[in-house]
Design a protein around this ligand. Sequence first.
Ligand code: TXA
Ligand code: MG
Length: 324
Amino acid sequence: MQTELLESYELQHAAELLKKGEVVAFPTETVYGLGAAIFVDDAPRKIFAAKSRPADNPLIAHVSSIAQIEMITAHLPEMFYKLYDAFFPGPLTVVLEKALCVPGVVSAGLSSIALRMPSHPIAKALIELVGQPIVAPSANTSGRPSATSYSHVIDDFEGKIAAVIRGDDSQIGIESTVISLLSDRPVLMRPGSITKEQIEKVLGCSVLSPLESDHSSAPVSPGMKYRHYAPKAPVLLFYDKAHLLSHVDDASRKKKLILASEPFVVCDMDKSMVLSQKSLYGALRLADKELFDEVLILCDDKIHGDAALMNRLIKACQTADKQP
Ligand code: TXA
Ligand code: MG
């Protein structure tokens, strides 16, 4: 299959491809998404094949209106409207009870649906042109770092999907915050740029972490049990600069990529990059492209204090295919 690279003035063509059941990648403010029209037969299933995504990991429905939200949900609790007023459109995904019309493949057999309203103008316009929600996971091969530029998407999906819409590099750079409103107490299932504290302030109650919730015996968000965001080289976290420097001395024959919140002085073979939510995935992908042997991360106070960034870094360090 020839993958078309489309410009933002070609959204009508992108929408036609989606309505015909094709998979089209598009920019959002968080990361690029790999989209399919929710109600077009067999289209959502193609996403799982293109990404090699396990069938038990459900997709987020991207919407552009409250009417679309009402169409795919069974019930909207009071708390949802508070989050809607405060954070929509933007980088917040909410898990709600699904309507019967949502195809089982999208929700991976669960009775819930995750939804979000992106603020990115291309994503918004595309959903409006298609006239129905677009389901989309992050546009990366399963287990690899997410895509924050159109070229990352092409690296993973050239020849495997119908088209990629070219946009700017993702403004935020990590995936949306995911919160479940399935029970009376909200549960934070994935941290993101909208923080737990911001959500608690809007809802006026505490937000649980998955381990504190009623569902602690089973993974509440199926995606949480898989390894994510990982380059091929091992990723090592250091909480102390002296410890990192002594490792650099010991591993002098290895080609090392060092990420920290400030630039680092390094020797010829090594490279240093400034780490932030926005730069993380580009740096992990560069580690693959330039064949670094190790990625070393200095978790100073600034990085350590960023719950969303730490969540991705810890997952990038895991070496097994699945967490226990
Ligand atoms: O920023 C984002 O959220 C990006 C952009 C493209 O919107 N999308 C994204 O999708 O990160 P994905 O599929 O890579 O991550 C979605 C996460 C997964 O961990 C999945 O298990 C969880 O949300 N999820 C989806 N539906 C769910 C549901 N019904 N119940 C619990 N977790 C769900
Ligand atoms: Mg993902």
